[in-house]
Design a protein around this ligand. Structure first.
Ligand SMILES: Cc1ncc(C[n+]2csc(CCO)c2C)c(N)n1
Length: 230
Protein backbone atom coordinates (compact mmCIF):
# COMPACT_ATOMS: atom_id res chain seq x y z
CA UNK A 1 0.00 0.00 0.00
CA UNK A 2 1.33 3.48 -0.81
CA UNK A 3 2.16 5.83 2.07
CA UNK A 4 -0.63 8.24 1.10
CA UNK A 5 -3.16 5.36 1.10
CA UNK A 6 -1.92 4.39 4.58
CA UNK A 7 -2.47 7.98 5.77
CA UNK A 8 -5.99 7.99 4.32
CA UNK A 9 -6.77 4.66 5.99
CA UNK A 10 -5.54 5.83 9.37
CA UNK A 11 -7.50 9.06 9.11
CA UNK A 12 -10.68 7.27 7.99
CA UNK A 13 -12.63 7.74 11.27
CA UNK A 14 -12.00 11.51 10.99
CA UNK A 15 -13.08 11.59 7.32
CA UNK A 16 -16.28 9.73 8.29
CA UNK A 17 -16.94 12.21 11.13
CA UNK A 18 -16.49 15.07 8.65
CA UNK A 19 -19.05 13.53 6.25
CA UNK A 20 -21.48 13.24 9.19
CA UNK A 21 -20.84 16.77 10.49
CA UNK A 22 -24.06 18.85 10.74
CA UNK A 23 -22.49 21.69 8.68
CA UNK A 24 -21.46 19.30 5.90
CA UNK A 25 -24.81 17.45 6.05
CA UNK A 26 -26.50 20.85 5.89
CA UNK A 27 -24.65 21.71 2.66
CA UNK A 28 -26.07 18.54 1.10
CA UNK A 29 -29.55 19.27 2.42
CA UNK A 30 -29.36 22.90 1.27
CA UNK A 31 -29.91 24.13 4.80
CA UNK A 32 -27.12 25.72 6.89
CA UNK A 33 -27.83 28.46 9.48
CA UNK A 34 -26.92 31.90 8.12
CA UNK A 35 -24.68 32.65 11.15
CA UNK A 36 -22.64 29.49 10.49
CA UNK A 37 -22.11 30.44 6.81
CA UNK A 38 -20.97 33.94 7.80
CA UNK A 39 -18.58 32.70 10.47
CA UNK A 40 -17.18 30.13 8.04
CA UNK A 41 -16.45 32.69 5.30
CA UNK A 42 -14.94 35.18 7.77
CA UNK A 43 -12.55 32.54 9.09
CA UNK A 44 -11.88 30.82 5.79
CA UNK A 45 -10.89 34.07 4.10
CA UNK A 46 -8.10 34.46 6.69
CA UNK A 47 -7.29 30.74 6.53
CA UNK A 48 -6.75 30.96 2.77
CA UNK A 49 -4.56 34.05 3.12
CA UNK A 50 -2.31 32.05 5.45
CA UNK A 51 -2.47 29.08 3.07
CA UNK A 52 -0.90 31.23 0.32
CA UNK A 53 1.86 32.34 2.67
CA UNK A 54 2.55 28.68 3.52
CA UNK A 55 2.75 27.81 -0.18
CA UNK A 56 5.44 30.49 -0.36
CA UNK A 57 7.35 28.69 2.40
CA UNK A 58 6.81 25.40 0.55
CA UNK A 59 8.44 26.89 -2.58
CA UNK A 60 11.53 27.60 -0.49
CA UNK A 61 11.84 23.84 0.25
CA UNK A 62 11.70 22.78 -3.41
CA UNK A 63 14.73 21.65 -5.34
CA UNK A 64 12.99 21.02 -8.63
CA UNK A 65 10.93 23.28 -10.79
CA UNK A 66 7.98 20.92 -11.18
CA UNK A 67 7.30 21.11 -7.43
CA UNK A 68 7.75 24.90 -7.49
CA UNK A 69 5.32 25.23 -10.39
CA UNK A 70 2.70 23.20 -8.55
CA UNK A 71 2.84 25.44 -5.45
CA UNK A 72 2.88 28.58 -7.57
CA UNK A 73 -0.24 27.38 -9.42
CA UNK A 74 -1.93 26.59 -6.12
CA UNK A 75 -1.41 30.17 -4.91
CA UNK A 76 -3.29 31.25 -8.05
CA UNK A 77 -6.04 28.71 -7.39
CA UNK A 78 -6.57 29.86 -3.80
CA UNK A 79 -6.51 33.58 -4.69
CA UNK A 80 -8.62 33.44 -7.84
CA UNK A 81 -10.82 30.34 -7.77
CA UNK A 82 -11.79 29.86 -4.12
CA UNK A 83 -13.72 33.11 -4.12
CA UNK A 84 -16.49 31.20 -5.98
CA UNK A 85 -17.48 28.85 -3.13
CA UNK A 86 -17.18 31.78 -0.70
CA UNK A 87 -19.50 33.85 -2.88
CA UNK A 88 -21.98 30.96 -2.93
CA UNK A 89 -22.12 30.96 0.91
CA UNK A 90 -22.42 34.78 0.99
CA UNK A 91 -25.30 34.73 -1.50
CA UNK A 92 -27.22 32.15 0.56
CA UNK A 93 -26.51 34.12 3.78
CA UNK A 94 -27.57 37.38 2.09
CA UNK A 95 -24.35 39.25 2.91
CA UNK A 96 -21.60 41.02 0.94
CA UNK A 97 -18.28 39.15 0.67
CA UNK A 98 -16.34 42.41 1.20
CA UNK A 99 -18.01 42.81 4.60
CA UNK A 100 -16.67 39.46 5.86
CA UNK A 101 -12.99 40.07 5.22
CA UNK A 102 -10.30 40.87 7.80
CA UNK A 103 -11.92 39.23 10.83
CA UNK A 104 -9.72 38.25 13.80
CA UNK A 105 -8.91 34.53 13.90
CA UNK A 106 -11.08 32.31 16.11
CA UNK A 107 -9.22 29.75 18.29
CA UNK A 108 -9.57 26.81 15.87
CA UNK A 109 -8.60 28.80 12.76
CA UNK A 110 -5.65 30.16 14.73
CA UNK A 111 -4.62 26.67 15.81
CA UNK A 112 -4.98 25.16 12.30
CA UNK A 113 -3.08 27.91 10.46
CA UNK A 114 -0.27 27.86 13.06
CA UNK A 115 -0.03 24.09 12.86
CA UNK A 116 0.55 24.27 9.08
CA UNK A 117 2.91 27.24 9.46
CA UNK A 118 5.01 25.31 11.97
CA UNK A 119 5.28 22.28 9.68
CA UNK A 120 6.29 24.49 6.75
CA UNK A 121 8.75 26.58 8.79
CA UNK A 122 10.56 23.80 10.66
CA UNK A 123 9.77 20.66 8.65
CA UNK A 124 10.87 19.05 5.41
CA UNK A 125 9.00 19.27 2.10
CA UNK A 126 7.34 15.92 2.95
CA UNK A 127 6.17 17.21 6.35
CA UNK A 128 4.85 20.39 4.74
CA UNK A 129 2.90 18.42 2.11
CA UNK A 130 1.47 16.10 4.78
CA UNK A 131 0.24 19.06 6.87
CA UNK A 132 -1.39 20.73 3.83
CA UNK A 133 -2.92 17.68 2.09
CA UNK A 134 -6.07 17.23 4.25
CA UNK A 135 -7.25 20.63 3.03
CA UNK A 136 -7.90 19.68 -0.63
CA UNK A 137 -8.33 15.99 0.19
CA UNK A 138 -11.27 16.30 2.65
CA UNK A 139 -13.03 18.92 0.46
CA UNK A 140 -12.67 16.85 -2.68
CA UNK A 141 -14.16 13.81 -0.91
CA UNK A 142 -17.01 15.90 0.52
CA UNK A 143 -17.77 17.32 -2.96
CA UNK A 144 -17.56 13.94 -4.66
CA UNK A 145 -19.82 12.30 -2.05
CA UNK A 146 -22.43 15.08 -2.22
CA UNK A 147 -22.48 15.01 -6.05
CA UNK A 148 -23.10 11.24 -5.91
CA UNK A 149 -25.67 11.28 -3.11
CA UNK A 150 -27.50 14.59 -3.62
CA UNK A 151 -27.10 14.90 -7.41
CA UNK A 152 -27.51 18.68 -7.07
CA UNK A 153 -29.05 20.69 -9.92
CA UNK A 154 -28.40 24.44 -10.43
CA UNK A 155 -31.44 25.24 -8.24
CA UNK A 156 -29.74 23.64 -5.19
CA UNK A 157 -28.62 26.50 -2.86
CA UNK A 158 -25.08 25.05 -2.63
CA UNK A 159 -24.80 23.83 -6.23
CA UNK A 160 -21.70 25.98 -6.90
CA UNK A 161 -19.95 24.96 -3.69
CA UNK A 162 -20.56 21.25 -4.21
CA UNK A 163 -19.64 21.15 -7.90
CA UNK A 164 -16.55 23.34 -7.30
CA UNK A 165 -15.03 20.96 -4.75
CA UNK A 166 -16.29 17.71 -6.31
CA UNK A 167 -14.94 18.64 -9.73
CA UNK A 168 -11.90 17.45 -11.69
CA UNK A 169 -9.62 20.33 -10.66
CA UNK A 170 -9.71 19.62 -6.90
CA UNK A 171 -9.45 15.89 -7.67
CA UNK A 172 -6.25 16.56 -9.66
CA UNK A 173 -4.84 18.78 -6.89
CA UNK A 174 -5.51 16.01 -4.33
CA UNK A 175 -3.92 13.36 -6.58
CA UNK A 176 -0.84 15.57 -7.01
CA UNK A 177 -0.54 15.91 -3.22
CA UNK A 178 -0.75 12.10 -2.87
CA UNK A 179 1.93 11.56 -5.55
CA UNK A 180 4.28 14.14 -4.03
CA UNK A 181 3.75 12.72 -0.51
CA UNK A 182 4.58 9.23 -1.83
CA UNK A 183 7.70 10.51 -3.62
CA UNK A 184 8.90 12.20 -0.38
CA UNK A 185 8.03 9.16 1.76
CA UNK A 186 10.10 6.90 -0.53
CA UNK A 187 13.21 8.91 0.43
CA UNK A 188 12.25 9.68 4.06
CA UNK A 189 13.59 8.12 7.27
CA UNK A 190 11.18 6.31 9.61
CA UNK A 191 11.34 9.36 11.89
CA UNK A 192 10.35 11.74 9.10
CA UNK A 193 7.48 9.45 8.05
CA UNK A 194 6.21 9.46 11.66
CA UNK A 195 6.20 13.24 11.60
CA UNK A 196 4.41 13.29 8.23
CA UNK A 197 1.75 10.95 9.63
CA UNK A 198 1.35 13.10 12.73
CA UNK A 199 0.96 16.30 10.71
CA UNK A 200 -1.58 14.67 8.40
CA UNK A 201 -3.73 13.35 11.25
CA UNK A 202 -3.61 16.66 13.14
CA UNK A 203 -4.65 18.64 10.04
CA UNK A 204 -7.50 16.21 9.34
CA UNK A 205 -8.69 16.64 12.96
CA UNK A 206 -8.49 20.41 12.50
CA UNK A 207 -10.53 20.20 9.28
CA UNK A 208 -13.27 18.57 11.35
CA UNK A 209 -12.82 21.14 14.09
CA UNK A 210 -13.03 23.98 11.55
CA UNK A 211 -16.58 22.91 10.61
CA UNK A 212 -17.52 22.81 14.31
CA UNK A 213 -15.94 26.24 14.85
CA UNK A 214 -18.17 27.75 12.15
CA UNK A 215 -21.27 25.80 13.17
CA UNK A 216 -20.99 26.95 16.81
CA UNK A 217 -19.57 30.41 15.90
CA UNK A 218 -16.60 29.78 18.16
CA UNK A 219 -14.99 32.80 19.81
CA UNK A 220 -12.33 33.33 22.45
CA UNK A 221 -13.75 32.74 25.96
CA UNK A 222 -13.08 36.30 27.12
CA UNK A 223 -14.24 38.92 24.62
CA UNK A 224 -11.74 41.72 23.98
CA UNK A 225 -12.02 44.23 21.18
CA UNK A 226 -9.43 42.74 18.85
CA UNK A 227 -7.54 43.90 15.81
CA UNK A 228 -6.92 41.61 12.88
CA UNK A 229 -3.39 40.28 12.76
CA UNK A 230 -2.56 37.37 10.44
C1 LIG B 1 -10.62 25.04 6.21
C2 LIG B 1 -10.57 24.77 4.74
N1 LIG B 1 -10.10 23.58 4.33
C3 LIG B 1 -10.04 23.31 3.02
C4 LIG B 1 -10.45 24.24 2.08
C5 LIG B 1 -10.37 23.93 0.60
N2 LIG B 1 -9.14 24.34 0.00
C6 LIG B 1 -8.39 25.30 0.53
S1 LIG B 1 -6.97 25.60 -0.36
C7 LIG B 1 -7.37 24.44 -1.47
C8 LIG B 1 -6.52 24.19 -2.64
C9 LIG B 1 -5.20 23.76 -2.27
O1 LIG B 1 -4.29 24.13 -3.23
C10 LIG B 1 -8.57 23.84 -1.13
C11 LIG B 1 -9.19 22.79 -1.93
C12 LIG B 1 -10.93 25.47 2.55
N3 LIG B 1 -11.33 26.44 1.70
N4 LIG B 1 -10.99 25.72 3.87
Amino acid sequence: MTFSKQLRQEADPIFEAIFEHPFVKGIGEGNVPKEALIHYVQQDYEYLTTFCRIYGLAVSKCTDREDMTFFQEQIGFVLNAEIHPHNNFCKVAGVRYEDLQKAPLAPTAHHYTRHMMEAATNGTLGETLAALAPCPWTYWEIGRKLIKEVKPTPTHPFYEWITFYGDKEVSTITQTFMDKIDACAAKASEYEKKRMRDHFITSTQLEHQFWTMAYTQETWPVPIKSIQVI
